[in-house]
Design a protein around this ligand. Structure first.
Ligand SMILES: [Fe+2]
Length: 271
């Protein structure tokens, strides 16, 4: 299952309804796409306009604002070790497999990364694993157990709001049509709270370990160079990042369409 790719020759593409529809269709059908920008875009105007177009024409929710100075965008680049409570994305270390903002009760449905500077030293590879394929190898009872709110989900200190250190939730849901399974995942934050949740989690991790051997897509700097954007359905792909070797690596991230992680629809056994 390769990631589709679109060209955007100029900023005008982002306002072209047919182009925005292609972005929407690829996100719906594949849960991911790459865009190759044919122009310089240091302020990520293309991405901002695409997210607005997806909102205006295809019902996507808008991003939440990170802060009054950063707006929708978050610059992902290595931060000095002296800063307390750095997010893992701001370190140069490996970032293990996860879905973004899984520690939110309403995680973002989508996220995108604009590569302003790829890692020029061979590190910082983004790896992807398809959730639909993963779920096909998991038993119906385990999928049912993963969709029950029987897991403690810890909130990392750097993202904690107020006193909330964790909450209880499910790991598996579906999209609104019940066609695609959606996973919430980051192993170091999850604790199964019942025997069936524990057994289902073991099955998930066993299957995941098997698929990591053969099903991972590695988006090296050659495949995702400066001037490219990857847009992802956050629940339909797991992603990870290996060690960053270039301190100048610089991505810009936006997450949008935050939604509660609902009880899945009845088609779950088939996803
Ligand atoms: Fe991530």
């Amino acid at each position: 299952m390769s990631i589709p790719e679109l060209d955007a020759r100029s900023l005008i593409s982002a306002k072209d309804k047919a182009h925005v529809r292609q972005v929407h269709d690829h996100l719906r059908n594949h849960g991911a796409l790459k865009v190759k920008l044919g122009f310089l875009d240091p302020d990520s105007d293309y991405l901002r306009q695409i997210v607005l177009g997806l909102h205006e024409h295809h019902g996507h929710g808008l991003p939440s604002t990170h802060s009054s100075t950063r707006g929708w965008f978050w610059d992902v680049r290595p931060q000095p070790e002296t800063i307390q409570h750095r997010a893992i994305s701001e370190t140069m270390g490996d970032f293990p497999w996860h879905t973004d903002s899984c520690y939110e009760t309403a995680p973002a449905k989508f996220f995108a990364l604009h590569v302003l500077q790829h890692d020029r030293c061979g590190g910082g590879t983004l790896s992807l694993l398809n959730v639909e394929r993963l779920l096909r190898s998991i038993s119906p009872w385990a999928k049912q157990a993963l969709s029950e709110p029987e897991f403690r989900i810890a909130v990392p200190p750097e993202f904690s709001k107020g006193d909330q250190r964790s909450f209880i939730g499910r790991l598996l849901s579906t999209d609104e049509q019940g066609q695609h399974g959606r996973l919430r995942f980051r192993d170091d934050l999850l604790t199964p709270l019942t025997p069936r949740a524990n057994a289902a989690y073991c099955e998930l991790m066993h299957t995941f370990a098997q698929q990591k051997k053969t099903q991972v897509q590695n988006l090296t700097s050659e495949l995702l160079p400066r001037g490219s954007i990857i847009l992802m359905d956050n629940g339909r792909w797991l992603h990870s990042r290996n060690h960053v070797r270039d301190a100048g690596r610089h991505l810009r991230r936006v997450r949008w369409d935050a939604r509660p992680f609902q009880k899945p629809l009845s088609l779950l056994a088939q996803v």
